[in-house]
Design a protein around this ligand. Structure first.
Ligand code: CS2
Length: 490
């Protein structure tokens, strides 16, 4: 079967939407760092819409930080890929043309720096996951002991990290007399704009105080809230798409109909007409971000660990279970009381919509996918809300059960006896703590000593530690479902 490409577009069935603009005339206005499925199913679609609306400045140059996988999927396809939107039995497919090419950072660091320092480039977007910022999750400081960070702090000749590449690219722009950039973090981190700004400045400061001043004075790092559920593509997804398209697409992504992007109104230079493309531009992103992180992502992580421990493979299976569904409502009750939602965001409607999104069985969103990198996710998804509740003297039974479930997940085996890999930057450390504490009832206390995850004010507060340890004991005794039932009943 032939591969998707500009030429193959003519062979596609007529009902498949495809770029109607002249792809050869598209400029590379955007550099995207971390071109995984999430970018392709979200921001790249907005840039594709901008191109379709006739503004040809917003083509994307993608960068992969680790493997050449996405480059090998997309470059032979002229950057084209299918966006498959699944809602129950309905499937909609569209070919996205926004991506021009993909660079692999470790293979060609100079090309990535050159892309950042290209006069056509105005925006940098990033989806490098929480750990890609190289900031300590609890303190927010640059992790200087990380060997790649240390290398970038010593020299930017061939950067290794996202903050290092940005510092090097901005240095080259400044040297060439080009305009500063708008750098848009699209990761699920609180104050994500400030985080990437802090990380870039921490690297720049080490190399050139004048560069630091130029970045502070001219570059913009808006805060964003970004939302779309994008499960990993499977070989079966690809096979069924090939049957429908009649061409082979190695770069397809699948997602849900829902999509949302809220960006703080802070730009250094040209940008697409975001408002006309359905993107919300606002002065205050924080309230959107907190609601999304604590309700959507908090429930996601809770379902990933509790459902995962119970041996449930998919999110829709977890939410279909009445006990887990009632538990999620309870978790949301706890989280909701800590939020200050923006005007116009009705949290009851938001929760109802989330439940329907989680129930979309056609997505086949794996609990194990969400379980990855828990140490980076817990602080903003569960612990921040717990801290607010403790300040107000409120109970945290549901939140602490999710924390305890993450701890149980670190054992690497679920309640059915199935083994899983603990995929997390702190996996070696958690494994050491687990191994050193053979008595499962003491493990929770041992894991609470992880300073990168648990801020001191929580780790030292018995109002936090006692329910975590009790929930852990309940999980060890009766399993995830019974522990969730105890929270719901209590
Ligand atoms: C998920 C998110 O994998 C995860 O941690 O919670 O990727 C989630 O699907 C997105 O944030 C939804 O916008």
């Amino acid at each position: 079967m032939i591969r998707l490409s500009d030429q193959a577009l003519a062979n596609l069935p007529a009902e498949i939407a495809r770029p109607a603009y002249d792809r050869r005339a598209v400029r590379g206005g955007v550099v995207h760092l971390g071109i995984g499925a999430f970018h392709r199913a979200h921001q790249a679609v907005v840039f594709d819409d901008a191109l379709s609306a006739g503004d040809l400045r917003w083509g994307v140059r993608g960068v992969s930080f680790r493997s050449p996988g996405v480059r090998d999927q997309l470059n032979p396809q002229d950057g084209l890929y299918s966006l498959v939107v699944r809602d129950g039995a309905q499937v909609q497919t569209r070919i996205v043309g926004a991506v021009r090419d993909v660079l692999v950072a470790p293979e060609s660091p100079a090309a990535v720096v050159a892309a950042l320092a290209d006069p056509d480039t105005h925006l940098v977007t990033l989806t490098v996951t929480e750990k890609g910022y190289r900031l300590d999750p609890a303190s927010g400081a640059l992790i200087e002991s990380d060997p790649e960070v240390a290398a970038d702090l010593a020299s930017l000749a061939a950067p290794r990290t996202a903050p290092g590449f940005l510092a090097a690219g901005l240095a080259q722009r400044r040297a060439r007399g080009l305009e500063p950039l708008t750098i848009v973090s699209c990761d699920n981190l609180p104050h994500n704009g400030a985080r990437i700004r802090d990380a870039v400045l921490a690297v720049a400061r080490r190399h050139d105080p004048a560069l630091t001043g130029w970045i502070e004075g001219g570059c913009a790092f808006p805060q964003t809230m970004i939302d779309r559920i994008v499960p990993a593509t499977t070989p079966e997804d690809r096979r069924s798409l090939a049957e429908r398209l009649g061409v082979d697409d190695h770069g397809m992504v699948k997602t849900e109909p829902f999509t949302q992007w809220v960006i703080e109104d802070r730009f250094a230079g040209p940008r697409p007409d975001f408002e006309r493309l359905g993107v919300q531009i606002t002065s205050a992103v924080g309230p959107y971000e907190d609601a999304k992180l604590r309700l959507l992502n908090g429930a996601h992580s809770a379902m990933a660990y509790l459902g995962g421990l119970a041996g449930l493979a998919f999110v829709h299976q977890v939410i279909a279970d009445p006990v887990f569904a009632a538990y999620v409502e309870r978790l949301w009750d706890e989280a909701e009381a800590t939020l200050d939602p923006p005007a116009g965001l009705d949290l009851s409607d938001y929760r109802r919509a989330l439940k329907a999104r989680f129930a979309n069985a056609a997505l086949e969103h794996r609990t194990r996918q969400i379980a990855v990198d828990g140490s980076q996710k817990l602080p903003q998804r569960l612990l921040a809300g717990a801290a607010v509740r403790l300040d107000r003297g409120l109970s945290i039974e549901a939140l602490t059960l999710a924390v305890a479930a993450w701890m149980r997940w670190q054992d690497g085996v679920d309640e059915t006896g199935a083994v899983h890999v603990v995929d997390d930057p702190l996996a070696a450390e958690t494994a050491r703590l687990v191994a050193r504490t053979p008595d499962p009832l003491e493990r929770a206390a041992a894991l609470l000593s992880l300073e990168a995850v648990f801020p001191e004010r929580l780790a030292r507060d018995p109002r936090f530690t006692a329910p975590v340890i009790a929930a852990y004991a309940r999980l060890a005794r009766g399993g995830a479902r019974a522990a969730a039932a105890a929270v719901v009943g209590g």
